[in-house]
Design a protein around this ligand. Structure first.
Ligand code: FE2
Length: 199
């Protein structure tokens, strides 16, 4: 296993998107910060429905993948291919826009907390025109591992090794070899999970 060094800390900025959803954007806020294949990372987090209720009405994407990971709240996804799915707390949605998709992502609650992340991952040039694909990942499909030093990790994409045991997420075989983990640590805790298969 090789290790990686932290290269840069990018502070998020407050912005809005969709029909007026307040969010914080880290990756994607500046054209000069290039961390390909990652294009954008947004966090939406609010207890105030005015910050999220307008949602994301139908809009197009092309040439990249969107990964939405919900922590709190309930969002409905629909697209022009007829896919329809509920995003529940602890669940995720992995959508490959490929050569084009029009979809909507609308909150299904009028009060309470909504919190989650959306990451945009670029597709290699050879895959940009492939058909769009969509996958709902239910909360119970995401394995959770207790970390040796305390805390826990949920593995959404790729695989990690914890206590000599491989923990494989439901999303595998990505061209970008993406590793997507939700790590929760106690105050002052540290983590050093190995990535299965090397780096
Ligand atoms: Fe979208």
């Amino acid at each position: 296993m090789s290790s990686r060094r932290l290269q840069q800390i990018i502070r998020s900025v407050a912005t809005s998107d969709g029909a007026g959803v307040s969010l914080r954007r880290s990756l994607g806020q500046s054209q000069t910060t290039r961390v390909d294949p990652f294009l954008m990372l947004d966090e939406f987090s609010s207890d105030d429905p005015n910050d999220y209720i307008a949602g994301f009405p139908p809009h197009p994407h092309r040439g990249f993948e969107t990964v939405t990971y919900m922590l709190d709240g309930h969002m409905l996804h629909e697209d022009h291919l007829g896919n329809r799915g509920d995003l529940l707390p602890g669940g995720a949605q992995w959508m490959s826009a490929g050569r084009g998709i029009i979809h909507s992502e609308m909150p299904q609650q009028e009060s309470g907390r909504m919190r989650g992340f959306q990451l945009w991952i670029n597709l290699p040039a050879a895959e940009k025109m492939k058909p769009a694909a969509y996958r709902d990942i239910r909360p119970e499909e995401i394995p959770q591992a207790v970390l040796p030093g305390g805390g826990e990790a949920r593995v959404i994409a790729g695989s990690i090794v914890v206590d000599d045991r491989e923990v494989a997420g439901p999303v595998q075989g990505l061209t970008t070899e993406g590793l997507y983990i939700d790590v929760r640590l106690p105050v002052g805790g540290t983590v050093c999970p190995g990535r299965a298969g090397g780096a």
